[in-house]
Design a protein around this ligand. Structure first.
Ligand code: F6P
Length: 515
């Protein structure tokens, strides 16, 4: 496939577009996934499906859904699908029963937050921020929230300052969202939030602070005056946790029925992933095509390009989902891998077209793209929405087919500059209407694609040991600076001896800070 050209593939097969496209009903709407502009053929898809069988991807899927401990480095099951399951084929009754108690507590809590609370501030980072923020932002384009939600993730004090700007303590609820309840950014922001409430004259602090965690014992140990603690299972990875109590901000903003609709959309895709025959399994194929691009064709990055303002947070969300899951140097047995996760990046169309697409069209690196759009507008002009979608379709066309020197014509000395080589692969993921369910379905589709890619590499998509070293070293440097620790709160015994560059940077910071 490295030497074949998309132009030739399309001319050779008039049925290519339809043969390599798949429909999927989910989230109360229709999805259409067009792989025809990928550097694949039907035979390549057949071979990828065979390879998936050989590498045990489907048995691994079944083991995950059955609640077996497939996260071997942490000796845990992987149960995010159970968070939204209602069916034996996606989750056994045993797992669903465990989930139901937590879910009842979530419903009970959401239904009883007084209407005097008009603002929610979600304090969380990574998976405790990106999923709820994506969904809140997307659904805000469909309906007005009952409560507005702001998100503060960074330990940069400006993040919380901005989130609190203009808010009234008596009307504000903080969600302290941290699976581990040991993430120092979140705990530092929570401590500042408590100070802000106190300074605002709030005495019943517990009514303004809810925790979401898998470690409720740490909530008590933190000393934070949390009123209610909602729990999630340890077996739900942070970046896969949207459907758990981590989504409480979404439920507080729009009500439980809307949060349920998001989860129903996820469930539709789960059911498809669990039961559809492999060669028609869109979630499986989506992951296999992504793996093909990274592992076989060797493309080091991939771009996610939503042509939808409502989905503008999707690239950032997916960057964590895919890169934290699959950015590994060894497989699950410790064998060194030749490749793993591509770098995932992207931007919202058409803005990205006017900023970074030049390199997609004429740069040296081929970047496989996911174009994502929906046919019905959420904005005020259907005509302008048509123009938006026209841009999306045209960009995938330009990337795939390019333009030759002969086609460019005109001034011979300028022709070469105008040639675009084409043969640049993309998938178009078209949605009839963006609903709350469609957003959930989209998230689940990418979750399963990430799982499939990881399983093809034979790596563990559910741990993230690589981030730990940086946390520990940040704690060491913070200790030298006398700063609030940026390391995991469980870390102690900091090292104070550092390399020459680190020592120099610490000295520089002190000099400028204290000047
Ligand atoms: O540092 C990485 C990470 O552990 C992510 O996996 C996670 O989503 C994020 O930090 C936040 O973790 P927590 O929800 O435990 O605060």
């Amino acid at each position: 496939m490295r030497t074949t050209n998309l132009r030739d593939l399309f001319s050779a097969d008039p049925g290519r577009a339809t043969n390599l496209s798949y429909g999927l009903s989910c989230g109360g709407t229709e999805f259409f996934v067009d792989f025809s502009k990928q550097s694949i053929t039907a035979a390549v898809l057949d071979a990828l499906v065979d390879e998936a069988h050989e590498r045990g991807v489907l048995s691994r899927r079944d083991a995950m859904l059955a609640g077996e401990p497939i996260n071997r480095t942490e000796n845990r099951a992987v149960t995010h699908v159970a968070m939204r399951a209602s069916d034996d084929s996606t989750s056994p009754a045993r797992l669903r029963a465990e989930v139901q108690a937590g879910d009842r507590a979530l419903r009970d809590y959401v239904d009883n937050v007084p209407t005097t609370i008009t603002h929610v501030v979600n304090l969380g980072i990574g998976g405790s921020d990106l999923g709820p923020a994506l969904v809140y932002d997307a659904i805000s384009a469909m309906q007005s929230p009952v409560r507005t939600v702001r998100f503060a993730a960074n330990i940069d004090p400006l993040d919380l300052d901005r989130a609190l700007d203009g808010l009234t303590p008596a009307r504000t609820l903080f969600v302290v969202c941290s699976k581990s309840f040991g993430t120092s950014e979140t705990l530092a922001n929570a401590r500042r939030a408590v100070d802000w409430l106190r300074q605002g004259g709030i005495s019943d602090l517990g009514d303004h602070l809810v925790a979401v965690t898998a470690r409720p014992e740490r909530v008590a140990a933190s000393g934070l005056p949390i009123g209610t603690t909602l729990t999630m299972p340890e077996s739900v990875g942070g970046r896969y946790s949207l459907a758990s109590a981590v989504g409480v901000s979404v439920a507080l903003a729009f009500g439980m029925p809307v949060f349920d609709a998001v989860r129903a959309g996820m469930r539709d895709v789960d059911l498809h992933f669990a039961t559809a025959p492999a060669r028609e399994n869109v979630a499986l194929l989506f992951g296999l095509v992504a793996w093909w691009n990274a592992a076989v064709l060797g493309h080091p990055t991939t771009a996610v390009l939503p042509y939808s303002r409502a989905l503008s947070l999707l690239p950032g969300y997916l960057a964590q989902l895919v890169m934290e899951s699959n950015g590994k140097w060894v497989d699950e047995h410790g064998n060194v891998l030749n490749s793993s996760s591509p770098v995932v990046w992207g931007g919202v169309g058409t803005n990205a077209q006017h900023a970074v697409f030049q390199a997609l069209h004429q740069g040296h690196q081929v970047v496989p793209c996911d174009f994502i759009g929906h046919s019905r507008t959420l904005g005020g002009s259907a005509r302008d929405h048509d123009a938006l979608i026209a841009n999306m379709i045209a960009q995938s066309q330009a990337l795939a087919f390019g333009v030759t020197a002969e086609e460019v014509g005109g001034d011979a000395s300028l022709r070469r500059h105008r040639v675009t080589p084409g043969n640049r692969p993309s998938t178009t993921l078209f949605i009839a209407q963006l609903t709350a369910g469609a957003v959930g379905a989209l998230v689940a589709l990418y979750e399963h694609s990430t799982f499939v890619q990881g399983a093809m590499w034979g790596l563990n998509s559910f741990d993230q040991w690589g981030v730990e070293l940086g946390k520990r070293l940040a704690g060491d440097v913070a200790a030298v600076l006398g700063a609030a620790s940026t390391a995991n709160a469980t870390h102690d015994n900091p090292t104070t001896q550092h390399d020459a560059s680190t020592t120099q940077l610490v000295a520089m910071h002190r000099r400028w800070r204290d000047a």
